[in-house]
Ligand binder design. Structure first.
Ligand code: NOJ
Length: 570
């Protein structure tokens, strides 16, 4: 695997700093806490961390509204604490990738404070200003996309909340200032960036209005109440139509090329992964982003063999079209999505499905990204009361539908608890002690702790249980490390019409590995005689008790929901 880059071999682990580990006992995660948990991560077997924003922020969007790009949020520690974290990560061979928010800053960033102060200050043109709202564009978080500023008697544009004004990327000074910030962290030794919302950086220059006959709150409500297939199709169309002029516009490729050139100034194979599923943003495979996420794999309520095969064939075909062959990148969970355990569960076999889906991400071709807490099976936690909601898009929605649409507060809370991203951002469960060992006993964590930490969903209990999900992840990560085909092997789907199981080979020059994921509750008798001609199966991993293979006939018995991984030996 020597010709592969580190980010092709690595398994990434996303840390949401506010919720990971509270080292100073103030109810909020911090660098001291993260640094103390690096041995845990090394032991888990991950190779790289994607750190969600750690910069100063008024936290209207939980850190994605940055008020200083070259500093550390005081609640997370100091720059020295960051440097210690980075050094200690590198000492353990764990790379660190930061979050880079290009589209917008916080409205409290000094750039915006200056920009909004008058029409002729030096930064007057750093954001997107207009005299009157030119269209009906919506902010995807809180209604109108144009917000009035009396000092300028003008409006500014924001794709996200009004506290997140869009930068004017047509202004070369903006680029210069942002690239300086990028260089600051690269100079400290970080290994790359996850790029936030790159599709939103540019807008349609003609400012074409959207054609959806409702505003954002109405569309959300319509989506919740859509019953018939026709209504459901319509709501999907409306979501696309509402934002199509504010998303994926010309200019992003050039910007990504510039950023790639900045990254390339540094040694050590620094990397970029885009929060977008559009493979076009990988350019020719060598001049824009190194990776984009395979979100289409995750964009379903049920992971099925048919869905996986379809997804892989489309993604791989597209990656292969790049002039320099592209590398895939798979994930099922992050801080914006319902947790894997909840999202892809069927309420009957959630534990089994969580294990299958973990195995899927860790065996498919491409770099896997895990989200903190998935390794212990953390679930969504639906907040019972609006006063607990921290995700401002959630509280905005609650208040809008209650006050403007007359929705009953109880129903509004139910909807809000489901849509807000707080549900998948609650603090990590380290033990079965009070506050799940995240914060000391008498401290109130910034978001409520999911009470199910007491029922074994915590690191301490699972470390001591050989059959736990945590030990399952550790085991799989070890297997992946030891099997080169699982990292560099080609993907060869088998039994392509099977609906109950997903079988495939990963085949490299050195090794062939068979993977069978049984997504059904049935014991299956499968025939791999073709693949097994002249070969023997050497089991690398099985989650079932009785996987057997009949060498003479190539028949393999797979237990319900079994994950079976075996090397084909000649
Ligand atoms: C995508 C981030 O993942 C999300 O959490 C954030 O709210 C938006 N971009 C805006 O920065």
């Amino acid at each position: 695997m020597t010709s592969l880059k580190w980010w092709q071999i690595a398994v990434f682990y996303q840390i949401y700093p506010r919720s990971f580990a509270d080292g100073n006992g103030d109810g909020i995660g911090d660098f001291k806490g993260i640094t103390e948990k690096l041995d845990y991560l090394a032991n888990l077997g991950i190779d790289a961390i994607w750190l969600s924003p750690h910069f100063p922020s008024p936290n209207w969007d939980c850190g994605y509204d940055i008020s200083d790009y070259v500093n550390v949020a005081p609640e997370y520690g100091t720059l020295e604490d960051f440097k210690t974290f980075l050094k200690e990560s590198h000492k353990r061979n764990i790379r660190v990738v930061l979050d880079l928010v290009l589209n917008h800053t916080s409205d409290e960033h000094a750039w915006f404070v200056e920009s909004k102060s008058s029409r002729d200050n030096p930064k007057a043109d750093w954001y997107v200003w207009v005299d009157t709202p030119p269209n009906n564009w919506q902010s995807c978080f809180d209604g109108d996309a144009w917000t009035y500023v009396p000092e300028r008697n003008q409006y500014y544009y924001h794709y996200f909340m009004k506290q997140q004004p869009d930068l004017n990327w047509h202004n070369p000074e903006v680029k210069q200032a942002m690239w300086d910030a990028v260089r600051f962290w690269l100079g400290l030794g970080v290994d790359g960036y996850r790029l936030d919302a790159i599709g939103t950086v540019f807008e349609d220059p003609n400012l074409t209005p959207h054609t959806v006959p409702m505003n954002l709150a109405e569309l959300r409500r319509f989506s919740e109440t859509a019953q018939t297939d026709e209504e459901k199709k319509l709501k999907d169309q409306y979501w696309l139509d509402m934002f199509k002029n504010q998303y994926g516009q010309a200019g992003v490729h050039e910007l990504m090329k510039e950023l790639r050139a900045v990254i390339n100034e540094y040694d050590g194979d620094r990397m970029l992964v885009g929060e977008d599923d559009n493979i076009d943003y990988m350019g020719n495979g060598n001049d824009e982003l190194h990776l984009v996420f395979n979100f289409p794999l995750a964009n379903t309520n049920r992971i099925t063999p048919v869905h996986i095969r379809q997804n892989q064939s489309e993604r791989i075909a597209r990656l292969n079209q790049l002039a320099v062959e592209g590398w895939a990148c798979n994930t099922l969970g992050n801080h914006d999505r319902s947790r894997i355990y909840t999202n892809y569960g069927d309420k009957l076999h959630d534990a089994e499905l969580a294990r299958l889906n973990a195995a899927l991400v860790l065996t498919l071709p491409g770099t896997p990204f895990l989200y903190n807490g998935e390794e212990i099976g953390m679930t969504d936690y639906f907040l019972p009361h609006i006063s607990q909601v921290k995700d401002t898009m959630g509280s905005w929605y609650y208040h809008t539908i209650v006050t403007e649409m007359g929705v009953d507060p109880e129903e509004a809370m139910f909807r809000t608890a489901e849509m807000t991203r707080d549900k998948n951002r609650t603090p990590m469960h380290w033990s079965n002690k009070s506050n799940a060992g995240f914060s000391p006993e008498n401290v109130e964590p910034w978001l409520p702790i999911n009470p199910n930490y007491k029922a074994g969903i915590n690191v301490h209990d699972q470390e001591h249980n050989p059959d736990s999900l945590l030990n399952y992840y550790k085991h799989l990560l070890k297997i992946r490390k030891a099997a080169p085909a699982l990292v560099e092997g080609d993907y060869i789907p088998l039994h392509e019409t099977a609906e109950e199981y997903f079988a495939f080979l990963r085949k490299s020059e050195k090794q062939s590995v068979l993977i069978v994921l049984n997504y059904s509750e049935k014991r299956l008798e499968l025939n791999f005689s073709k693949e097994l001609t002249d070969k023997k199966l050497h089991t690398l991993f099985t989650s079932g008790v009785r996987s057997q293979v009949d060498r003479a006939t190539g028949k393999l018995t797979i237990a319900p929901f079994e994950v079976f991984i075996a090397e084909l030996k000649g």
